[in-house]
Write a protein that binds this ligand. Structure first.
Ligand code: SF4
Ligand code: SF4
Length: 94
């Protein structure tokens, strides 16, 4: 994950938002042959997130714009609990 974040920060690429498994899932133990074992929960969080960002599955946006939008629409409005429910990693995203 740190390699991916370093690449995003250094290259600011356009990102295709994808509610299925993608490159970020490569090392996740929930990734079983390209299918997320926890997909029902993840799809709900993805839907909540995209809805707050007013984006869609398949939207294309560059990394810095996505970060700015997420900060403005979710973090600064204290909506992380609403979007991400009981995710155990939330402390790292605040
Ligand atoms: S939980 Fe599912 S969607 Fe999230 S990183 Fe793991 S495999 Fe990917
Ligand atoms: S709290 Fe962070 S890691 Fe958990 S679902 Fe939300 S954005 Fe993802």
């Amino acid at each position: 994950m740190s390699n991916i974040i370093n690449m995003l920060e250094s290259k600011n690429p356009d990102i295709i938002l994808n509610s299925g498994c993608d490159i970020i899932c490569e090392a996740c133990p929930n990734n079983i042959g390209g299918e997320c074992r926890d997909c029902i929960k993840v799809e709900r969080i993805d839907y909540n997130c995209l809805s707050e960002l007013k984006l869609f599955n398949g939207s294309i946006i560059n990394w810095s714009d996505l970060k700015r939008l997420a900060n403005k629409s979710i973090i600064e409005k204290n909506k992380l609990d609403k979007v991400c429910g009981s995710c155990m990693w939330k402390q790292y995203c605040k």
